[in-house]
Write a protein that binds this ligand. Structure first.
Ligand SMILES: *Cc1c(COP(=O)(O)O)cnc(C)c1O
Length: 497
């Protein structure tokens, strides 16, 4: 029993945390303590492949999973779907700047690394603690989570998955990927609103007692594939540990030397996983939190004031267009030293006024290890063009943001410690914007932009994206956000009836 809620003391196992997704008090599940991996384990992991490293790291967190089940889960997730590159190859693009390519999975974004594994973790947990019950996965997506979750859960026995995306907030490719999804247990629906509306709507459904009892009667329960689920975060911790091992294995650093980690941030899940990796023993000097024009996190880290009463912008990096970063709550829990009352206070202020300020000592702790910066679409485009011309490396609109912010950091501090930058999507997933950045004003939409980008760069187009052209749209519902509960009921009634 080593997980608690961020908002009040409770004790659940890792299986329960994965299965339920969110705590009953509305808080998020967090580990009560982090083991520190000794030097010998790092030495061993340096000689291991990704699957073995994943098992080693996940055993620290998923403590009640039987060893053979965990082995089965990890092997099923990572042996195959990511091709020969594996889930997390590290590429030194400029001296000291290492891009951790996390988009070699089936949907071409980093969320595959977690969402190829989560269905296995979830069904394993369900088989042990809630046999015979169906898990209903509700997802709010800013674009990439939805498809990655659909791809992970499609036709997984004992699960049902329902995805909501903001109708105007996702790229053409992201939308096509979702509406063409096949599977007997999948539903996809556009909502009128932005990502925060979708996320809030899903949270409200989770908290709705009448829907809950409706599910109960049908032998079902909700779970989440969003990064509020600890089962999403745990697999992301692995690749930061793995990157550190790769730096040792290739002689770039010696064990114990510090690195920086820069992450394009939206819901704060990916960068939080880096923080958790450092708790395990990866020596991180600075976490570089990079935002697009929706710079709520930049302002928070610089001032200690989190304020989402501001204009919301649609940008070329839509998966970072977020004003309410759910996983920040876990960071607050860590910064507050596990003070539940303080987290409750901050979260209720956020709910009531959209704004809170953390106490000075929490801010000092945060600033000791975090650097924050942001860049707009123009600077993002310039970074894409610069990286391509200088290094022959093509990156997407999300990855360009931390590259840009890392350069701001370098200019300000001169800190030349090796930096691992999370590269979170294939450039082909956002081809029109990448092409515009390269000065090619093509207007022909996603597929012709992919062809043109291929002509310019010679980088192969992922088959999963090219193949979308010929797939029929299967999911065309579009509803107001207030109709989300009804949509969920209708889907589930239809499945059971
Ligand atoms: C989801 C996503 C992000 C943001 O990650 P968070 O964990 O939400 O902070 C960044 N880039 C891409 C491509 C994404 O899909």
């Amino acid at each position: 029993m080593n997980y608690t809620s961020t908002r009040s003391a409770c004790a659940v196992s890792s299986s329960e945390a994965v299965l339920h997704g969110i705590a009953d008090d509305g808080g998020l599940f967090v580990p009560l303590f982090f083991p520190r991996l000794p030097r010998e384990i790092f030495s061993l992991m340096t000689g291991m492949n990704y699957i073995q490293r994943a098992e080693t790291v996940l055993r620290c967190f998923l403590t009640d999973y039987p060893q053979n089940e965990l082995h089965h889960c990890v092997t099923a997730a990572y042996n195959g779907p990511f091709g020969i590159a594996g889930p997390a190859p590290l590429r030194e693009v400029e001296p000291g700047m290492h891009l951790l390519e996390l988009w070699h999975g089936p949907t071409c974004a980093f969320k595959d690394v977690a969402l190829q594994l989560l269905p296995h973790l979830l069904t394993s947990a369900a088989g042990r603690i809630a046999p015979g019950r169906k898990s209903v996965i509700l997802v709010a997506t800013s674009g990439d989570t939805g498809k990655a979750a659909l791809e992970g859960f499609a036709d997984v026995p004992g699960t049902e998955i329902i995805v909501f995306y903001p109708c105007d907030g996702v790229s053409e490719m992201q939308k096509l990927q979702m509406v063409t999804q096949t599977g007997k247990n999948v539903s996809v629906c556009a909502i009128e609103g932005n990502f925060d509306h979708a996320q809030r709507g899903v949270k409200q459904i989770f908290a709705d007692a009448s829907i809950k009892s409706f599910l109960e009667d049908g032998g079902m329960s909700f779970s989440s594939a969003n990064s509020i689920n600890f089962g999403r975060l745990a697999p992301q911790i692995v690749y930061y540990v793995s990157a550190y091992c790769d730096l040792i294995a290739t002689g770039k650093i010696r064990y114990g030397e510090e690195i920086n980690i820069a992450v394009p941030t939206g819901n704060f899940g990916n960068i939080l996983a880096a923080v958790y990796a450092s708790e395990l023993g990866v020596p991180v000097k600075r976490f570089i939190c990079a935002s697009n024009r929706n710079r709520v996190l930049t302002d928070f880290i610089r001032t200690g004031v989190y304020d989402c009463n501001r204009e919301f912008y649609l940008t070329d990096s839509p998966s970072m267009d977020i004003l309410i970063s759910s996983n920040l709550e876990r960071m607050l829990h860590l910064l507050a030293g596990g003070d539940y009352a303080e987290v409750r206070r901050l979260m209720s202020e956020l709910k009531n006024s959209g704004r809170y300020q953390i106490p000075a000592e929490m801010l000092a702790r945060l600033q000791r290890c975090f650097y924050a910066g942001c860049c707009d679409d123009r600077n993002t485009g310039e970074t894409i063009a610069d990286l391509f011309r200088r290094d022959g490396y093509l990156c997407d609109t999300h990855t360009a943001v931390p590259v840009n912010v890392y350069r701001q950091y370098l200019a300000e501090t001169g800190d030349s410690v090796p930096c691992v930058i999370a590269s979170t999507a294939s450039p082909y997933k956002f081809a029109p914007a990448v092409l515009r950045a390269l000065g090619d004003g093509g207007t022909g939409g996603g597929f012709s932009a992919m062809d043109e980008l291929h002509r310019i760069s010679g980088v192969a187009i992922p088959r999963a994206l090219a193949g979308l052209k010929d797939r029929p749209a299967l999911h065309c519902s579009r509803i107001s956000k207030d109709d989300m509960p009804r949509f969920v009921r209708d889907v589930l009634a239809g499945r059971n009836g």
